[in-house]
Design a protein around this ligand. Structure first.
Ligand SMILES: NC(=O)c1ccc[n+]([C@@H]2O[C@H](COP(=O)([O-])OP(=O)(O)OC[C@H]3O[C@@H](n4cnc5c(N)ncnc54)[C@H](O)[C@@H]3O)[C@@H](O)[C@H]2O)c1
Length: 237
């Protein structure tokens, strides 16, 4: 307990799934947790949740201003918000392509660009970007998602170089298949195949990813920068 006492942590997409569990875990470590999400359903009494659309730079800048006004600083940014819109290449519409890139790639750019100046001022920051096993290996029907999640890795590597001299580390987490709403559309037969290809022999749970976010956010991770940490049970696609 108290692993992150008094740190101010922004988690995008923290109203459900991995982000929601992360918000609770960070709260239990005495961090001040701020969630930016399209949904504003209460997470718990201690979590501050705001309606923010990460696609919209004005919305993100306003949320940053509010966070700084309330807490004076932002120590940790977890760019966790993400969506899928699956279709095979020939069936993928321009809209599906744009929708996924707008949230998963532009959203990460918007939030980091807005928050980083405040971290630079404090000479401290931890930025954690959520990629995916799909960004590393690809996946059938996910041209848009794979492009966005591979792009997140690229941005992580750039920012790790640009921001580390200013006291900020930037890393990516690449979850495997984790039981959340995002997985609800996947047929059982495919889930069984995924489990077969996972040496640990199960799907992930949100806590598996949240605990890695927590470690990367902590002082103990100060020499990890520009890394992509897989949290996938050893999945081999
Ligand atoms: N579940 C998995 O198997 C899995 C695997 C690899 C990576 N990931 C990644 O982990 C992250 C979390 O996924 P999850 O499984 O918890 O999904 P989820 O759908 O449960 O949660 C995603 C959250 O992002 C929010 N969101 C969507 N668009 C937004 C926007 N424009 N602005 C602000 N918030 C927005 C949603 O409202 C939702 O609360 C995502 O980036 C996802 O791509 C998930």
């Amino acid at each position: 307990m108290g692993f992150l006492k008094d740190k101010v942590v922004v988690i995008t997409g923290g109203a459900s799934g991995i982000g929601r569990v992360s918000a609770k875990i960070f709260g239990a470590e005495n961090a001040n947790v701020i969630v930016w999400d399209l949904k504003t359903e209460k997470v718990s009494d201690e979590i501050h949740i705001y309606n923010v659309d990460v696609r919209n730079s004005d919305s993100v800048q306003e949320a940053t201003r509010i966070a700084i006004e309330k807490f004076g600083q932002i120590d940790v940014l977890i760019n966790n918000a993400g969506i899928t819109q699956d279709a095979s290449l020939l069936k993928m519409s321009d809209q599906q392509w744009r929708d996924v890139l707008d949230v998963n790639l532009t959203g990460v750019f918007n939030c980091t660009k807005s928050v980083a100046p405040h971290m630079i001022e404090e000479k401290f920051g931890r930025i954690i970007n959520t990629s995916s096993v799909v960004g590393l290996y690809g996946n059938y029907g996910q041209t848009n998602y794979a492009a966005s999640k591979a792009g997140v890795i690229g941005m992580t590597k750039v920012w790790a170089r640009e921001l580390a001299p200013k006291g900020i580390t930037v890393n990516a987490v690449a979850p495997g298949f984790i039981s959340t709403n995002m997985m609800k559309t996947i047929p059982k037969k495919i889930l069984d195949t995924i489990i077969e290809k996972t040496p640990v022999g199960r799907l992930g749970i949100p806590e598996d990813v949240a605990n890695v976010y927590l470690f990367l956010a902590s002082e103990k991770a100060s020499f990890i920068n520009g890394a992509v940490i897989s949290v996938d049970g050893g999945y081999v696609g």
